[in-house]
Structure formats: structure tokens, C-alpha cells
Write a protein that binds this ligand. Structure first.
Ligand code: ADP
Length: 288
């Protein structure tokens, strides 16, 4: 099992309140320039590590991103992976399920988009929407037409499914690491207002986002239950303070670097036959 980095990792014991996690960076976390430099170093290192991950062909890495609107999922993904070979990673954004997806079990569409060995998969929203938006909006659950929707133990059973799914992935070489970008209610308001005031951001604004904002407390309760039930040693959650974007990005990048370093990807050792081939190749090329 991977010895996941500790900073900002959500405890595995499940006894905490969501309000205990910081939305702002810790004191002394550095100036904007320092954080930008740190991000840059991690971005380069991620590229190196991904190449080894590919050569090694033992593991895949799945990074899950969940957050309230305007927490900065998209820009974090864009910046953190900006240096990685585009052939080495793939981002999937999960929106409202289609009619067909609704007729499948809730893990089907995520299972179909998992990264293969050697690759990094990024989920912008994920199966966790199934215990967040679906929990907060009863209509979303009704649309799934399940035999025992919302009954006693329903959400616990859903957490069980998720834990088992992720444990199965871990056993089979997919390292799962999950980021909750923890933005404060005030900062969200500021960013949503910016979307209204700044013409270049207008396209991002949806009135519906305010309906979700109005359900802030319900969402916090759903996040709390989810974090408690699903931060586990084989697939931890990280609570990333999201009010300062530079800190958030540098921190996500560093955690990914440290996780990949723990996975210890290596270039494969050459077998004797391959070594002979290299020698033959050298002789032939030099003889031309
Ligand atoms: P984003 O807000 O991530 O930029 P969109 O604006 O396309 O992306 O929003 C996607 C929407 O789809 C979100 O409101 C999200 O809650 C919703 N969604 C995602 N997964 C599910 C699901 N399984 N069931 C219902 N709604 C979902």
C-alpha cells in the first residue's frame, strides 16, 4: 500500500467536523512568487514521474476533484498538469447523467473512464456527486428509479459501494487520490460576483449556481458524511484550502508529486536478451 503524504490528508477515523478544515492557507505558507515557483517545480517533476509511470506499466493514478462551484477545480487541473505530456493523462468532467447512464448503476460511467496502467486519469467531479448533489436534491435520486431509493441505510450502502470500488482499484494497481477544494462561503460569493462583473467571466455564470449556494449547509453536511465515510488508507481525501488559488495549486501539485514518488515508478530492468539487442544495434549503426 502507498504511504500517502500527510499534509492536509483527511483522517481515516471519521471523527471530525467539517468546520475543522481550513479554507485559507496556513500562516507562513509563502509569498505568491514562492508558491508560483514551487508550483513550477512540481509541474516539471510531474512530467518526469509520469514518463516513468508509463515505462513501468505497474500503476495507474486516478486524481479525483470535488468542490463547491467556483472553488477552482478547472484552473487547478489546468495549471497542475500543464507540463505533463498530453498523451500521458486524460481529464473527464462528469455532468448530469444521460438517460442511458441513469439506466446503469451509478459506478458504470466512472468505471468506463478509469486510466489504464501507465496513465494519469483526472476526474473533474466523479462518482462522489452521487452522495453530494444527489443527496441534496431528492429529484436527482428519484430520476435513478432505484428499488430502495432513500430508505434506511441507503447512503451507508452507497458509501460501501464506493469504498469497495476504490479498494478494488487499489488492489489492482490504480492509486486513487481525492482532492476536496475547500472554499469558504464568502470567497465563493466574491468569485461568483466576479463572474457577473467581468465580461470575460460572464460565460461561466449560471443562475442555478445560486440555488446550490442557497443549499450551502446541506452540502456541507453531505461533504462531512462523505469525507468521514470514504477517506481511507487505500484512497485518502485531501482537504485543500481553496481561498488562495496559488496555495491551492501548489499544494495539489506537491501532493501529486509526493504520491507518485511513493509509487516509485521505475524504468524496467533490461533482460539479457534486450541488452544483447542494444549491443547488436550499436554495432550495426556504427558499421554503416
Ligand atoms: P462544472 O460546474 O463542474 O464546471 P457543469 O457546469 O457542467 O460543470 O455542471 C455539472 C453539473 O452536473 C453540476 O451541477 C453537478 O452537480 C451535476 N452532476 C454531476 N454528476 C451528477 C450526478 N451523478 N447526478 C446529478 N447531477 C450531477
Amino acid at each position: 500500500m502507498i504511504d500517502f503524504p500527510r499534509r492536509h490528508r483527511v483522517p481515516y477515523h471519521g471523527r471530525f467536523r467539517i468546520g475543522e478544515f481550513d479554507t485559507g492557507p496556513p500562516k507562513g505558507s509563502g509569498t505568491e512568487t514562492r508558491l508560483e515557483n514551487e508550483l513550477k517545480q512540481s509541474v516539471d517533476r510531474l512530467d518526469e514521474l509520469q514518463r516513468k509511470l508509463f515505462a513501468d506499466q505497474r500503476h495507474a493514478l486516478l486524481a479525483v476533484f470535488q468542490a463547491m462551484d467556483a472553488a477552482g477545480k478547472d484552473s487547478t487541473i489546468r495549471k497542475v498538469f500543464s507540463g505533463v505530456n498530453p498523451a500521458g493523462f486524460r481529464v473527464h468532467a462528469f455532468g448530469r447523467p444521460s438517460e442511458l447512464e441513469l439506466r446503469h448503476d451509478f459506478l458504470q460511467r466512472v468505471a468506463a473512464r478509469l486510466p489504464e496502467r501507465g496513465k494519469i486519469g483526472i476526474f473533474n467531479r466523479s462518482h462522489y456527486e452521487e452522495v453530494l448533489v444527489v443527496r441534496v436534491h431528492p429529484g436527482a435520486l428519484a430520476a435513478q428509479n432505484l428499488p430502495e431509493a432513500g430508505g434506511k441505510g441507503f447512503w451507508e450502502a452507497r458509501f460501501d459501494s464506493i469504498r469497495e470500488f476504490e479498494r478494488h482499484l487499489a488492489r489492482n494497481g490504480t492509486v486513487v487520490v481525492k482532492f476536496w477544494l475547500n472554499v469558504s462561503r464568502n470567497e465563493q460569493k466574491k468569485r461568483l460576483l466576479e463572474r457577473i462583473e467581468d465580461p470575460e467571466k460572464n460565460w461561466k455564470f449560471r443562475l442555478g449556481d445560486l440555488d446550490d449556494r442557497a443549499l450551502w449547509d446541506d452540502y456541507q453536511a453531505a461533504y462531512e458524511a462523505m469525507l468521514r465515510a470514504t477517506s481511507r488508507p487505500y484512497a485518502p481525501w485531501y482537504a485543500i484550502p481553496a481561498d488562495d488559488k496559488d496555495y491551492m495549486r501548489a499544494t495539489v501539485a506537491r501532493i501529486l508529486v509526493e504520491t507518485l514518488e511513493c509509487m516509485d515508478p521505475r524504468y524496467p530492468r533490461l533482460r539479457a536478451a534486450q541488452r544483447r539487442e542494444l549491443q547488436q544495434g550499436r554495432r550495426r549503426l556504427l558499421a554503416e
